[in-house]
Design a protein around this ligand. Structure first.
Ligand code: SF4
Ligand code: SF4
Length: 164
């Protein structure tokens, strides 16, 4: 999903996609195409451990033809929001932070934090946990490949049920 920052942000904020607040660009980061997230591009499935078929050495090889969902639609939190510092760019921090939605109407936001190949750094983990405490935004975070959920009981139960 490299260079999506050049794509105008879609109108209409949702729990998963709040209004854009930064002028950041992906730069050399291709973390969301590398097989840490799950999706499908032109019939090619990418998922944990399997990078996108179209990811080349210079980024997305079909950039102009990349699909709307998930490629144009997905923006990580570092790219679009001002809650994470510069060093948190996913290819530097090895952590991909995304917004998700939960609840019966899927309209309540939470942060989903996925490791990029190595165990999350304690400084990064602490920063995210403090954000959770200060804003009460539920947090689902991968630590050494295991998932930990912080938030109301209903949130934790929903996340655990989804993992079954
Ligand atoms: S098609 Fe693949 S490489 Fe290109 S933006 Fe989408 S996920 Fe990334
Ligand atoms: S993980 Fe974020 S910064 Fe990196 S390529 Fe994807 S959207 Fe851009």
């Amino acid at each position: 999903m490299k260079r999506k920052a050049r794509t105008p942000a879609p109108a209409g904020a949702t729990a998963e996609r709040p209004p854009r607040k930064t002028r950041r660009t992906c730069g050399p980061c291709t973390a969301c195409c590398e097989g840490h997230l799950e999706g499908r591009a032109h019939g090619h499935h990418f998922y944990l451990g399997r990078p996108c078929y179209f990811l080349g050495g210079a980024g997305c090889s079909i950039y102009r033809d990349r699909p709307e969902d998930p490629c144009r639609k997905f923006n990580c939190v570092w790219l679009t929001e001002d809650i994470l510092p510069e060093w948190f760019r996913p290819d530097k921090s090895n952590v991909i932070v995304a917004r998700g939605a939960w609840g019966p109407d899927k309209d309540r936001p939470y942060l989903k934090v996925t490791e990029r190949g190595s165990k999350i750094d304690s400084v990064a983990l602490n920063l995210l946990y403090m954000y959770h405490v200060q804003t009460r935004t539920p947090l689902s975070v991968q630590v050494d490949r295991g998932w930990n959920h912080y938030g109301p009981l209903e949130f934790v139960q929903e996340m655990q049920k989804n993992a079954d």
